[in-house]
Design a protein around this ligand. Structure first.
Ligand SMILES: CC(C)(COP(=O)(O)OP(=O)(O)OC[C@H]1O[C@@H](n2cnc3c(N)ncnc32)[C@H](O)[C@@H]1OP(=O)(O)O)[C@@H](O)C(=O)NCCC(=O)NCCS
Length: 158
């Protein structure tokens, strides 16, 4: 299994993967293309024998990152692919201090993945998702200290 930056030629396979994982709620091909071309976004794919089996869209603006979309093909789950996609995105993000994400409150597989990666639940958006209507959990992970003077009491003086 390899992880690579997504290229335009992966678009069809990424679309098929998202259709498999999200059904009618999947991004359109235009949305995937827009994400690929978005300058603040990095799209990565996991490839197995040359075929796309995982996809991550990760955005970073200044020191704040967000997991925008994540999917692993059902035939390749529980092999650490999602964990590697996220760890790699965080490792290769310069100056990243915090990562946020939203996840369906009932998506126990994804919540377990994120908690295992050190994300904490920080809030709930009531009825955020449609089809079916469901709350979103907001999760956050600190990747570095954003307040380098915290230990000295400097922050309290601000
Ligand atoms: C959520 C998803 C991306 C996980 O992908 P994955 O490659 O299977 O995840 P990993 O193998 O990296 O799992 C890492 C850890 O997450 C947790 N985890 C993953 N799937 C789990 C499940 N079905 N049940 C419980 N825990 C799970 C486990 O702790 C796992 O470690 P372990 O296998 O050593 O126990 C995948 O199930 C998926 O594509 N689901 C549909 C789309 C989706 O929900 N995307 C996320 C939207 S926020």
């Amino acid at each position: 299994m390899t992880i690579e930056a997504m290229r335009p030629e992966h678009l069809g396979e990424v679309k098929a993967l998202l259709d498999t994982c999200f059904g009618s709620g999947a991004w359109s091909a235009d949305s995937i293309r827009a994400q690929l071309e978005n300058p603040v976004s990095r799209c990565t794919v996991a490839l197995k024998n040359g075929a796309v089996v995982g996809f991550l869209a990760f955005e970073q603006i200044a020191e704040e990152g967000s997991v925008v979309e994540l999917a692993v093909h059902p035939s390749c789950r529980r092999q650490g692919i999602a964990r590697r996609l996220i760890e790699r995105a965080i490792t290769f993000s310069d100056g990243l201090h915090t990562v946020f994400l939203e996840v369906r409150a009932g998506n126990l597989a994804a919540i377990s993945l994120y908690e295992g990666l050190g994300f904490e639940r920080i809030g709930v958006r009531k009825g955020y998702y449609d089809h079916p209507r469901e709350d979103a959990l907001i999760m956050k992970k600190q990747t570095e200290r954003s307040w380098k003077y915290e230990d000295t009491g400097y922050r309290k003086q601000l």
